[in-house]
Design a protein around this ligand. Sequence first.
Ligand SMILES: [Zn+2]
Length: 175
Amino acid sequence: MIYGPIPPHVDPRKLADRSISLAGELQLSEFSRACELLTSDAGVVHAELVFSRDEQQVAVMQLKLESEVRMICQRCLDEAVIAVSGDYTYAIVVPGTDELHFPQGYDVLEVGEEPLDLLALVEDELLLALPIVPMHPPEECQQPAGLLESESSENAVKRSNPFSVLAQLKRDPNV
Ligand SMILES: [Zn+2]
């Protein structure tokens, strides 16, 4: 395993031929799309990449991600630290490969002449790994259980207000 900066672009086939393993950290602030969903762009994503050839000589890239991000807890609306992680195994195929010929048991990445944009891939996976409804673990959350429901019913009452005002106007003969 080579520890150091993760290169933004790689040639996965060459790295697979040499059985290279890389480990390093990427700054969260580099991932602007992901940061739009976070309350802070401070922090890092730990990434591990293992390149190899399988028995069929398919170039394989394993990717492990680990990070802690800050998002708004949807229960108490306070900031929560959310652990995110992912473990992926891709087969590298040439663009236009027929799906029927995709190597079995892998996610598939199409990589042609251009090097693989590792940062974009890591960001895509990070986005998918973020919780849709971020929340503190129950023991850390400030909001008593059950308040979420009463809040939403309050909102429902507020939403209905314009209509009841309208109804009142219609009933009022002076308007
Ligand atoms: Zn909370």
